[in-house]
Design a protein around this ligand. Structure first.
Ligand SMILES: NC(=O)C1=CN([C@@H]2O[C@H](COP(=O)(O)OP(=O)(O)OC[C@H]3O[C@@H](n4cnc5c(N)ncnc54)[C@H](OP(=O)(O)O)[C@@H]3O)[C@@H](O)[C@H]2O)C=CC1
Ligand SMILES: O=C1O[C@H](COP(=O)(O)O)[C@@H](O)[C@H](O)[C@H]1O
Length: 498
């Protein structure tokens, strides 16, 4: 099937905000410069501040110039941009927006296709969806799609309420819930590694895998997002969405086809099979942390409680480690360890699959154990690639083993410029491909899993916060979580030294 370039109007609600300027404008620009978007498109920015069209277009140009190394088509690109100043709560203003969209439809021949991108605080999501429908902006000859940023709700009940409100205006197949991790090249590669390699799939189960570790560590603190983060914490900010999505991709059964429905259906089954954590067991399976002050890259940084808009006695976790179990035939007994946090030692997201030891070790070493277990490391970021850790013969007249690595680097081949996650996801939405967006069932199951944990953490103040220093790999209890099972976190530097 040949696919022609999208003809569409993209309406960005929150067009003067951080996300629009840092991610959305540059991503749409990249599509334009690559020729994925031709001339039949327009972008309409919506926000309250009263900007003239010239000023808005200048902001768009500035955003491109700040984020793209040598942009070639900034002027012609920005001429596709329009601005509508309004308060999204004011229903009457949608009439004017509708007139603008109708006019642009004719001008750019976009065939009535509309993408409404909600790059705004979540409290506006429901109202905007309602007003779009109520004022007739969605009834056109083409498609209407709604792209929604995270967080989708604060817990299961609030997510359900939001979903019901949005579903009054848009059907499930019109809703594109963004999880930007699903746009990352190596997250998309998980399925290919698993399902396009005969050597992995037969081993991808509890007979050969002892545990799987997912680490997503950040060096940055909360920056200027303290207000949002105080109501979120690392569990809601990272685990409920990005981390559980990676778990689902790692654990799902092979889909019968690579269609949105089949892939989603397999991911949903994994989320259903996650063993629920009862409130009484939270301490056994999950560890929370909050950063104190410390040194990162030789620079002293303040503790979380001293960040802007953060309560000096805050109980919010900036670190989470957890042990997840998946109760199905493939994964029974295999722990999935996850950890994520802010102000850690390195910015790095990695998945490490640790294989079980061979049944008998002919090559010495105590306790019948191999010197090094076989590991498959999926480097999500900043490096993108795969490393397979094997044992080989040490050179010389001996029968000793030495660790060797087979490395594939996805982003170090000259000329390969991995498209950024937002660019891929926006393009997918323009094509109508919802595979890398989250279905409501995934969102609901993820909230069901994390809600008991957040309930316990919110009702029982952490008496030991802050419990890790900025620049470390989190609190000591996170190490114990694995030690109790006879495992250890494979640290990035340790793996690199081997
Ligand atoms: N920034 C990021 O890196 C990420 C953001 N997100 C999510 O994206 C969304 C947007 O985040 P971000 O860009 O950081 O937020 P910002 O606070 O930077 O931007 C908010 C935008 O909303 C507009 N706005 C606020 N109130 C109204 C209103 N009543 N009517 C019309 N416009 C209004 C503001 O413009 P004005 O003041 O002119 O009205 C501004 O354009 C959030 O849901 C966030 O969780 C998700 C992942 C990463
Ligand atoms: O969604 C979010 O993700 C970022 C981390 O994303 P990454 O692509 O840089 O790994 C995180 O900093 C932010 O708190 C969270 O809202």
């Amino acid at each position: 099937m040949t696919y022609t370039t999208p003809k569409t109007i993209v309406v960005i609600f929150g067009a003067t905000g951080d996300l629009a300027n840092r991610k959305l404008f540059p991503s749409i620009y990249n599509l334009y410069e690559k020729g994925e978007l031709k001339d039949e498109f327009a972008v309409v920015g919506v926000a309250r501040r009263p900007l003239t069209l010239d000023v808005f277009r200048q902001n768009v140009k500035d955003s491109i110039e700040e984020n793209i190394p040598v942009p070639q088509k900034v002027d012609e690109f920005s001429s596709h941009f329009y601005y509508h100043s309004s308060n999204v709560n004011d229903r009457t203003s949608y009439k004017e927006l509708k007139d603008l969209l109708d006019e642009l439809d004719s001008k750019y021949q976009t065939e009535g296709n509309r993408i409404f991108y909600l790059a705004m605080a979540p409290e506006f999501f429901g109202t905007i969806a309602e007003n779009l429908k109520g004022e007739g902006l969605t009834s056109t000859s083409g498609y209407s799609r709604l792209v929604i940023e995270k967080p989708f709700g604060h817990n299961l009940p609030s997510a359900q309420q939001l979903n019901e409100q949005i579903r009054q205006a848009f059907s499930e197949d019109q809703i594109y819930r963004i999880d930007h991790y699903l746009g990352k090249e190596m997250v998309q590669n998980i399925e290919v590694i698993r399902f396009a390699n005969a050597i992995f799939e037969p081993l991808w189960n509890n007979r050969y895998i002892s545990n799987i570790q997912i680490t997503s560590s950040e060096v940055l603190g909360v920056e200027d997002r303290g207000g949002y983060y105080e109501n979120s914490g690392a569990l809601r900010d990272m685990v409920q969405n990005h981390i559980l999505q990676m778990v689902a991709l790692l654990a799902m059964e092979p889909p019968i086809k690579l269609t949105t429905e089949e892939i989603r259906s397999e991911k949903i089954k994994v989320l259903r099979a996650l063993r629920p954590i009862d409130e009484s067991e939270v301490h056994d399976y999950f560890v929370r942390g909050q950063y104190g002050d410390g040194q990162i890259n030789n620079k002293q940084v303040p503790s979380y409680r001293k960040e802007q808009n953060v309560d000096p006695k805050s109980n919010t976790e900036t670190f989470v480690a957890g042990k997840l179990l998946i109760d199905n035939f493939r994964w029974a007994g295999v722990p999935f360890y996850i950890r994520t946090g802010k102000r850690m030692k390195a910015k790095s997201t990695k998945i490490i699959v640790q294989f079980k030891d061979i049944p008998m070790n002919l090559y010495m070493k105590k306790d019948n154990q191999l010197q090094n277990p076989n590991l498959l490391v999926i480097h999500i970021q900043p490096d993108e690639g795969i490393t397979l850790h094997l044992n080989a013969k040490r050179v010389g007249q001996n029968t000793q083993t030495t660790p060797v690595h087979l490395d594939y680097c996805n982003n170090c081949i000259d000329g390969i410029n991995t498209p950024a996650a937002y660019e891929k996801l926006i393009y997918d939405c323009m094509k109508g491909d919802a595979t890398n967006f989250t279905h409501w069932d995934e969102v609901a199951l993820s909230w069901s899993f994390v809600d008991p944990i957040s309930h316990v953490w919110e009702s029982q103040a952490a008496t030991n916060f802050p419990n890790y220093s900025a620049g470390s790999m989190g609190p000591a209890d996170s190490e114990k979580l694995l030690e109790n099972d006879g495992f250890q976190w494979w640290s990035v530097s340790e793996l690199e030294n081997k």
